[in-house]
Design a protein around this ligand. Sequence first.
Ligand SMILES: O=C(O)C(=O)C[C@]1(C(=O)O)C=C[C@@H](O)C=C1
Length: 122
Amino acid sequence: MSPDYDPHASSLAGTADADVLEELYAIRGSIDNIDASLVYLLAERFKFTQRVGRLKARHALPPSDPGREAAQIERLQALARDADLEPEFAEKFLTFIIAEVIRHHRAIAADRTGADAADADA
Ligand SMILES: O=C(O)C(=O)C[C@]1(C(=O)O)C=C[C@@H](O)C=C1
């Protein structure tokens, strides 16, 4: 955990009884653990998608693959329904992440094009 992180940071101090705040902080401890896991999971996912980006750039494949995305969204919506999560939220979340991945893929491809052009000039 970041040394500067205060798990009791709140704008609610003084607005509720101490026992209510204690319960709130206890619940927030679990929320903090989940948020930390999400960060690690996302970092790991981006490590893999960076590999995909490099592979695609090397073989001149397009950054996005709409057929793959449609299948992923359908799958995540079904998982969300099973998990009692709004399927629309699952779709929005995945679409948000994929947009960032595509931005990375484009940057990798542009770097590679630049490097290839520099090699050709040399
Ligand atoms: O699997 C790919 O081809 C990727 O580039 C990864 C990914 C994803 O983040 O899941 C991102 C962009 C594509 O449109 C589809 C999927």
